[in-house]
Design a protein around this ligand. Structure first.
Ligand code: BT5
Length: 287
C-alpha cells in the first residue's frame, strides 16, 4: 500500500510525487491525501482515503474493494478513463473534477436503498451551497444542477443478499475546475469554476462533502433529510417525461415519496415511478 504523500497509478503501484511539481501547473489545486486528511472533520468517513492520478473508474475499484470486505473507504482520482454513469452510460472525467467513490454498509433493508442516494445528493448540494454560495438543486433521481445545468451526478451501485443490503458503493462526480464547453450542448453541463468565474479549492470542497455526507448518512431516513431533499428538488412541480425499461410516460410531478419514487399525475390519475430517466419539459415550471 502506498504511503501518504504518494499517488497511486491505475494499477495501484505507488508513484512518489516529484517535489511539489504539478504537471497541470496549478499547484494550489492539486490533490494530496495528507492535505485532505489534515483538514477533514469527519469522525469516520474518508479516514481511509486512496488517491489516484488516473484510474478507469473509482466506482469500479471501490466495488472490487467492497467485494473483498473493505468498508468506509473513499477512493479519489484526478481523472478517470472509463468513468461510469447509470445504465452503462459513460461519465467524462478530465483532470480538475472531483471523482470519488465511497464504500458504505448501511443497516437498512434493500427497499430503502434510495435513502442513501437521497442523503448523498443532499450532502453534495449542501457542501456546494455552503462553501461556494451557489444554489445547487437535485434533479430526480441523481443529478446535481446549478441554474438548470448539470454540475454533477451520483451513481449508486448496491450489493444485496435477499432483502438485506450488504454494501453500497456511491460514486460522486462533480465538475469542479473543468471547462465543460467541449461537452455536447445537449448535456447542458456546467462546472463550479464556470459558475464562480474562477477555480475553486477542491480540497476544501472534498472535505466539506465528506463531512456533509457523514452527517446526512447518520440521519438517513429522517424527516429532516426528506424535507430538505424535497425542498432542493428542481423536479417537484414540473412536467416531465420519464423513460423507463417499461416504457415512456409524461406527467406532472405532484410529490416525491419517502422511498424516492416520483408521484406523477397523468390525465388525472396518480402513478408511482421508481426508476427511469427524467426529462424536464416546459410548462408548470416552479423553479
Ligand atoms: C450520472 O449518471 O450522473 C452519475 C455520474 C457519476 C460519476 C461518478 S465519478 C466517480 C464515480 N466513478 C464512476 O465511474 N462514476 C462515478 P447519468 O445520470 O447516467 O448521467 C450520465 C450522462 O451525463 C451521460 O450520458 C452524458 O449525457 C452526461 N455526462 C457525461 N459526463 C458528464 C459530465 N462530466 N458533466 C455533465 N454531464 C455529463
Amino acid at each position: 500500500m502506498a504511503s501518504r504523500n504518494q499517488r497511486r497509478s491505475t494499477d495501484g503501484e505507488a508513484q512518489a510525487m516529484s517535489s511539489g511539481h504539478d504537471p497541470r501547473g496549478n499547484d494550489s489545486d492539486s490533490l494530496d491525501e495528507e492535505r485532505i486528511l489534515s483538514g477533514l472533520e469527519t469522525r469516520w468517513l474518508g479516514r481511509d482515503l486512496l488517491l489516484f492520478d488516473r484510474i478507469v473508474s473509482t466506482n469500479e475499484l471501490a466495488s472490487s474493494l467492497a467485494r473483498k470486505g473493505s468498508r468506509g473507504s473513499v477512493i479519489l482520482a484526478e481523472s478517470q478513463t472509463g468513468g461510469r454513469g447509470r445504465l452503462s452510460r459513460s461519465w467524462e472525467s478530465p483532470p480538475g473534477g472531483i471523482w470519488m467513490s465511497l464504500i458504505l454498509e448501511p443497516d437498512i433493508p434493500l427497499a430503502l436503498a434510495y435513502q442513501i442516494n437521497m442523503a448523498v445528493c443532499l450532502a453534495a448540494c449542501r457542501a456546494i451551497s455552503s462553501l461556494l454560495g451557489l444554489k445547487a438543486g437535485i434533479k430526480w433521481p441523481n443529478d446535481i444542477l446549478i441554474g438548470g445545468r448539470k454540475v454533477g451526478g451520483i451513481l449508486m451501485e448496491i450489493q444485496a443478499n435477499g432483502e438485506r443490503l450488504e454494501y453500497a458503493v456511491v460514486g460522486v462526480g462533480i465538475n469542479a475546475n473543468i471547462d465543460p464547453s467541449p461537452f455536447p450542448g445537449e448535456w447542458m453541463a456546467t462546472s463550479l469554476s464556470q459558475e464562480m468565474g474562477s477555480s475553486i479549492c477542491r480540497t476544501a470542497l472534498i472535505q466539506r462533502i465528506l463531512l456533509e455526507m457523514e452527517r446526512a448518512y447518520e440521519s438517513m431516513g429522517s424527516e429532516e433529510i426528506y424535507d430538505e431533499w424535497r425542498q432542493r428538488s428542481v423536479t417537484l412541480g414540473r412536467m416531465v417525461r420519464i423513460s423507463a425499461r417499461s416504457g415512456e410516460v409524461v406527467g406532472e410531478v405532484v410529490d416525491l415519496a419517502r422511498d424516492g419514487a416520483l408521484m406523477l399525475r397523468i390525465n388525472g390519475d396518480l402513478m408511482r415511478v421508481l426508476e427511469g430517466d427524467c426529462i424536464h419539459l416546459r410548462g408548470l415550471e416552479r423553479k
